[in-house]
Ligand binder design. Structure first.
Ligand SMILES: [Zn+2]
Length: 297
């Protein structure tokens, strides 16, 4: 039994495939990175909190053993990767490939690039999306918030669906003083909150209550979305829809919200000038698992 050695968490903003392959060449390197990410001060027992622990290194993943209560845990316990038989390196590689925005990788492209089945790529990407959505729910907009209604049109988002109709959304955003995008949310509006093509006041109120911090200044325009009424949000909304359309093609309403959450997360990272890779790994490492049924439902 040996202590797990700490490693550096620093990742360069834009990492090349060669750099990725070099830094995360082995399962052990990925596990060490994950352990440092989850327990920067060193592992303490997940059951009793004791720091009196050891680490078995004889398996694919290290196994922490508590010397006080004898509880055993692998570094993926309690994360979206829990119970996954896919190697950590593949999880990391898919996070990396998915963060390469230039390639706009969907599950089919990632399954080829990572040499895994389509099902494995799809499932990991969906778990990543669920982790992004959970993070989005934990981080409401705050400060001066602009809210506008719009329609994610069938042409852009789910062109292959039967019963075609536009999906009403509310867009909320905050901006830096320079005008640069800070945070962006695009949320589907439930039909009871709609009256024909208009979002009812209770729809805007529900959005604000759920996605904006109390005490924020909210400027809301929920009349028909036009470039004239809100030129601040339009380019970001169009870019988000274009991304979803060109990367994923037709998406059914069932999964549309998690895709919208993902693209908002990506767009904000782009505006911060950051790669999503370290964020994706962090989200996988710090988000509690979802039931499989919730992902495929
Ligand atoms: Zn313990």
């Amino acid at each position: 039994m040996q202590a797990c050695m700490p490693i550096s968490l620093r990742l360069d903003g834009a990492m090349s495939r060669e750099q990725f392959d070099s830094q995360f060449a082995t399962e052990e390197a990925c596990a060490d990175y994950l352990i440092k990410l989850r327990w920067p001060e060193g592992y303490s027992c997940l059951r009793c909190g004791s720091g009196n622990t050891g680490c078995l290194r004889s398996r694919r993943l290290p196994l922490f053993v508590c010397r006080d209560c004898h509880y055993q845990a692998s570094p993926i316990v309690g994360t979206v990767m829990e119970r996954s038989s896919t190697s950590l390196r593949v999880w990391f590689l898919i996070c990396f490939l998915s963060s390469q925005s230039a390639f706009r990788m969907n599950a089919a492209a990632i399954s080829r690039a990572a040499s895994v089945t389509y099902k494995t790529a799809w499932l990991i990407l969906m778990k990543l999306r669920q982790a992004i959505a959970a993070s989005d729910a934990r981080h409401p907009l705050t400060g001066a918030v602009t809210v506008n209604s719009a329609f994610a049109s069938e042409r852009d988002c789910y062109s292959n669906q039967r019963n075609r109709r536009d999906a009403p959304v509310l867009i909320g955003a905050t901006f830096h003083e320079s005008g640069r995008l800070h945070r962006l949310k695009i949320k589907l509006v439930p039909l009871p909150h709609m009256e024909e093509k208009r979002v009812l006041p209770e729809g805007t109120a529900a959005f604000t209550e759920r996605h904006v911090t109390a005490g924020s200044f909210v400027r809301s325009v929920t009349a028909r979305f036009t470039a004239r009424r809100n030129k601040l949000l339009l380019p970001h909304f169009e870019r988000a829809l274009q991304w979803v359309h060109t990367t994923y093609g037709g998406i059914g309403k069932k999964h549309l919200q998690v895709y919208l959450d993902e693209v908002c997360f990506r767009l904000c990272a782009v505006h911060r000038g950051k790669s999503c890779f370290s964020s994706f790994v962090r989200l996988c490492a710090t988000t509690t698992p979802f039931p499989y049924a919730a992902i495929v439902a």
